[in-house]
Design a protein around this ligand. Structure first.
Ligand SMILES: Nc1nc2c(ncn2[C@@H]2O[C@H](COP(=O)(O)OP(=O)(O)OP(=O)(O)O)[C@@H](O)[C@H]2O)c(=O)[nH]1
Ligand SMILES: [Mg+2]
Length: 180
């Protein structure tokens, strides 16, 4: 985390140092438009890294800051963000999901010890989900699946979980159930 200190009109930045056992790198991956950037924004907000969560719609997210990303309301490049949890620095890399840019995911997975796979609760496994799952297998990255957009009327959590269990070799078990 960075603290800014003003001293006789000059601003000095104090960078907090973390030992390597207090640093985690996590990459957020998923088919285009499943909500990766929105999730990263909210992770940053709820962990206290930013005061207010921005939105993709009004072009105010931390990750999608480039002119083209704001204009097209989609991620084009990897974005490195970070927050702190229990004295550990969590680097969170937001990645693009649309086919033209999904290749960006690979270098991020290479340097990550975990991935957050975002899947749409209505659409389930999509072409981009298969692609990023292959990449995560290639780099042997453990993953957590987040079934997003559970507010939608047609959301089908159990069906999505079953289809992941049937389609991918990596075994998955639900650890939180959405109720209500
Ligand atoms: N209903 C609903 N909409 C959501 C949710 N999360 C994200 N969205 C919307 O889904 C759209 C895509 O969200 P993004 O966060 O840009 O998705 P992304 O996965 O980062 O997209 P790419 O970077 O293009 O791969 C935006 O309009 C979001 O507001 C959710 O939980 N529920
Ligand atoms: Mg995005």
């Amino acid at each position: 985390m960075t603290d800014l200190i003003s001293f006789e009109g000059e601003i000095f930045s104090m960078i907090k140092e973390y030992s390597t056992d207090h640093i985690r790198n996590i990459t957020v991956i998923g088919h285009g438009g499943t909500g990766k950037t929105t999730i990263v924004e909210n992770l940053l907000h709820f962990s206290g890294a930013i005061d207010k969560a921005g939105s993709v719609e009004n072009g105010s997210t931390v990750s999608d800051f480039e002119e083209e990303e704001i204009k097209h309301k989609m991620s084009i490049h990897n974005s490195l963000t970070f927050t702190e949890f229990e004295n550990t620095k969590i680097n969170i890399i937001d990645t693009p999901g649309v086919p033209d840019f999904v290749g960006e995911v690979r270098p991020s997975l290479r340097v990550s010890e975990g991935a957050l796979v975002v899947v749409d609760s209505v659409d389930g496994i999509q072409m981009g989900t298969r692609k990023i799952w292959e990449y995560a297998d290639e780099y042997k990255v453990p993953r957590i699946v987040f079934v997003n957009k559970m507010d939608k009327e047609q959301a089908k959590f159990e069906t999505v979980v079953e289809s992941i269990q049937q389609n991918f070799e990596t075994p998955i078990v639900p650890i939180e159930l959405p109720i209500g």
